[in-house]
Design a protein around this ligand. Structure first.
Ligand code: CA
Length: 226
């Protein structure tokens, strides 16, 4: 489960990220509306936590643009303001829920759980499949026929992203951003290291799926025809 946090108050954003990660979510943080929209449009998130007052692009505009791009990711609006008009504006823009700061961590977690359950496709995607591979989201187990290995968190996130995007090339920058987040100082070779871990595991499984390197661009999956 991947959560995007769009919040310009750096300490609150970090607290939210810790809270999400402690509860088993992968969480990315953006500190302004433009970066938030850009990341949200990638459509890899299960839930988006969106602040209203944001630099560059406010939360309502982010939400409006997201919905007009036919992105239906559940959005939980967060704001310090409690005026009714804000709530109405938020819901009119396509927010799924509205939480006024300060809020209890338990309340936030309950909302995130409720919103992620609402996405019908998620119920059936506990197992992702590609070629001869099956990736289990609950156990991080990757299997091929009778063989199975367990992936680390980062390996899982990376392979999940590749499997969800099927035959689309994912750039190194995108992988860095989605797996390590905006604030991280991870570099390109982190991606290479994890790709090589994944390739070893695919070999071990005798899978026909390969991670193809597209020179100077990135990676994509390829299932060989047998
Ligand atoms: Ca703010």
């Amino acid at each position: 489960m991947r959560v995007l946090i769009v919040e310009d108050e750096v300490r609150l954003a970090a607290t939210l990220q810790d809270l999400m990660e402690l509860n088993g979510y992968t969480a990315d943080v953006c500190h302004d509306g433009e970066a938030g929209l850009d990341n949200a449009l990638s459509d890899i998130y299960d839930v988006i936590l969106l602040d209203v007052m944001l630099p560059k692009l406010d939360g309502f505009s982010v939400l409006r643009q997201l919905r007009s791009a036919a992105n239906a990711t559940p959005v939980l609006m967060l704001t310090a303001r409690s005026e009714v008009t804000d709530k109405v504006t938020g819901l009119d823009c396509g927010a799924d829920y509205y939480l006024t700061k300060p809020f209890e961590p338990q309340e936030l977690l309950a909302c995130v759980r409720a919103l992620s359950r609402r996405q019908p496709e998620l119920r059936n995607t506990d197992v992702l499949e590609y070629g001869d591979l099956k990736l289990e989201k609950n156990t991080f187990a990757l299997s091929c026929a009778q063989r199975s290995v367990r992936l680390s968190r980062k390996e899982f996130d990376m392979l999940e992203l590749l499997m969800r995007n099927r035959d689309i090339v994912i750039t190194k920058e995108n992988l860095l951003l989605k797996i390590w987040g905006y604030e991280s100082d991870a570099e390109d070779n982190n991606v290479e290291v994890y790709i090589s871990f994944l390739r070893k595991k695919l070999e071990h499984l005798h899978s026909g799926v390969k991670i193809k390197t597209i020179r100077m661009v990135g990676y994509c999956l390829e299932a060989s025809a047998i």
